[in-house]
Design a protein around this ligand. Structure first.
Ligand code: ARG
Length: 567
């Protein structure tokens, strides 16, 4: 049942009957009053004062007289310039619970994305670097959006645009051939590669010829030299093996790993097109697209030595994605620091005459710092994601050992809770807010946290286990109390929260709503005995518990967090 639509229709009919005036689009103006004493929906009559040429309180008073209660609306009151609508609480409860029961695990899902494709570029890690907490948002925001768009029927293409091209790899190859050993690298993995890279830089300070050596390897890679490529591909394999472990733990997946090097043979088209469209300009030996008119520095396309750049590759990738997937939207979940980069090359695509430039969107997020200081890989002020996840799981296990030592498969649950805590922490605030990572906050399991929500879900499951099958007809009138009504309202809102999260590419809206649903359930749980003797009351409260369980699980699932049944 769409209550806002029903109410809007009622008001429109009343305006027509009272003033012989037709007004549309009233639904948009409906508000949720700040407190339940003012009803469930409010209509601000100043929205009508222009078309009716009357003061809002007068309009409210006259409409209030004409608005009759019905099966859904119990009463209408006017307060100042507002019309306040009070729902029939028990029919509201019946409607919401029916809708959730019928939709089951797909409650809130939709078809509005059917036939539309969204490419989501997320995580997009760099080869030969270890996954640290700086990559958490790029990974988890993207992964949550992937799930949410999919839930609304969009076809999603998850792309890990690997940073697998650039001069650092040539230096790494040079360093490996000079000082490295196959066994050590096999054993040490990415850490060993990083060590070689650091050594290269150190030694290059006193021996500049090393830089030339690096450059020579760069040429070789570009020319497709076999030795160079095979070493590089091996480095890439090692990095991806490390990353795969993290992705597996986080439950993150991709449909494509086409990274920067994938476009090596697709740069010609970009250059040719830019030339043909008269967009390329020479500047100090390099080729750029001038963006003065748009108050941006020029977008660098080719360096003076003919090498392409990060932006050139992003342009090539966008053309390729449009050709291959024919996307309706292409999202880039990348840190805010790259804002200018994206604005620049989005503009270049627009100047190339592609109308789909407007479908490219930089889904930016803030910085993550660690214990109050910016991350710095060089000085070692860094926290690797794997270490964080391990620690989170350990802590969860510790708490489980204390609180529920008899729990079966403790290790598995500890994993779900520990990882869930980290993901929840990452997705708790609006994207653009910087995150200051503190151990005690990320691993806090009380208050507005992942484990708290998971615990509430497990609590619902436990109530349902104890309740068993209900045979009586639920007495929905027993759900008219404020706690049950607030919970129903929160569950009822879940579908529109998911839509808003997708519209704004803001997973945190779902995170916050999970907390809201959990808090509402807990208030209901503390205030009322669910397994009462009256079978009809009991059936209604159990049905509400089941609906809460379902909605919380759906919310968590969309964030990429598991919902254990016991903990
Ligand atoms: N690898 C890049 C970095 O770590 C992020 C790539 C984002 N995606 C893109 N298409 N530019 O900064």
């Amino acid at each position: 049942m769409n209550y806002p639509a029903h109410i809007a229709q009622k008001i429109a009919k009343c305006i027509w009957e009272t003033y012989a005036t037709q007004v549309d689009g009233l639904e948009e103006y409906l508000e949720t009053p700040p407190n339940p004493d003012l009803g469930d929906f409010a209509f601000p009559c100043f929205r009508l004062s222009k078309s009716l040429r009357m003061a809002p309180p007068k309009i409210a008073a006259s409409l209030c007289e004409g608005l009759q209660p019905d099966a859904l609306i119990q009463r209408v009151e006017c307060v100042g310039g507002y019309l306040n609508f009070f729902l029939n609480k028990s029919s509201y409860a019946a409607q919401v619970l029916d809708a959730i029961r019928l939709a089951g695990d797909r409650y809130g899902a939709g078809e509005e994305g059917k036939g539309k494709t969204v490419c989501i570029d997320y995580s997009s890690i760099n080869i030969a670097k270890r996954f640290h907490i700086g990559h958490l948002s790029a990974t988890m925001i993207g992964s949550a959006l992937y799930k949410m768009y999919g839930y609304l029927g969009y076809r999603c293409v998850g792309i890990n645009h690997l940073g697998d091209w650039g001069t650092q790899f040539d230096k790494m190859i040079a360093a490996y051939l000079k000082w490295g050993s196959k066994d050590e690298v096999e054993q040490g993995g990415v850490d060993e590669l990083v060590k070689l890279y650091v050594r290269f830089h150190k030694e290059a300070e006193t021996d500049p010829s090393l830089e030339d050596e690096g450059r020579a390897w760069f040429k070789k890679i570009e020319e497709g030299d076999e030795t160079a490529l095979s070493i590089f591909n091996w480095f890439k394999e090692l990095t991806l093996k490390d990353a795969a472990r993290v992705y597996e733990t986080l439950g993150v997946q991709f449909d494509s790993y086409a990274g920067e090097s994938f476009y090596n043979d697709k740069m010609g088209r970009v250059i040719d097109e830019l030339k043909a469209k008269n967009l390329l300009e020479q500047s100090q030996g390099a080729y750029v697209v001038n963006l003065d008119e748009y108050k941006m520095p020029p977008c660098l396309i080719l360096k003076s030595d003919g090498a392409t750049l990060y932006a050139t590759r992003d342009i090539a990738a966008a053309l390729y994605r449009k050709d291959t997937y024919d996307f309706d939207k292409c999202l880039y979940v990348v840190a805010y620091q790259q804002d200018l980069h994206f604005r620049q090359w989005f503009k270049v695509i627009e100047l190339m005459g592609y109308p789909w430039a407007k479908d490219l969107e930089h889904v930016a997020f803030g910085m993550i710092s660690y214990e109050g200081k910016a991350l710095a890989t060089r000085s070692g002020h860094v926290l690797y994601l794997e270490d964080l996840l391990t620690k989170a799981v350990e802590k969860a296990l510790e708490i489980i050992e204390q609180k529920s030592p008899e729990l079966e498969n403790k290790e598995e649950i500890a994993k779900q809770v520990g990882i869930g805590a980290v993901i929840f922490f990452d997705l708790f605030n609006s994207r653009i807010k910087d995150i200051d990572f503190y151990w005690d906050r990320a691993l806090n399991f009380d208050g507005e946290t992942g484990p708290y929500v998971q615990y509430t879900h497990a609590r619902c499951c436990s109530v349902l286990r104890k309740a068993g099958e209900q045979t009586a007809q639920p007495d929905y009138a027993s759900l008219e109390d404020p706690q049950a009504q607030a919970l129903l309202r929160a569950l009822d809102e879940l579908p529109s929260v998911i839509r808003e999260a997708v519209r704004r590419n803001e997973p945190y809206l779902v995170t916050r709503h999970c907390v809201e649903m959990a808090q509402c359930y807990n208030r209901f749980y503390y205030e009322h005995q669910i397994l009462t003797d009256d079978p009809a009351v009991r059936a209604a409260r159990v049905a509400l518990t089941d609906a809460a369980r379902r909605c919380i699980a759906i919310g968590l699932r969309l964030l990429g967090i598991q919902a254990p049944e016991r903990m």
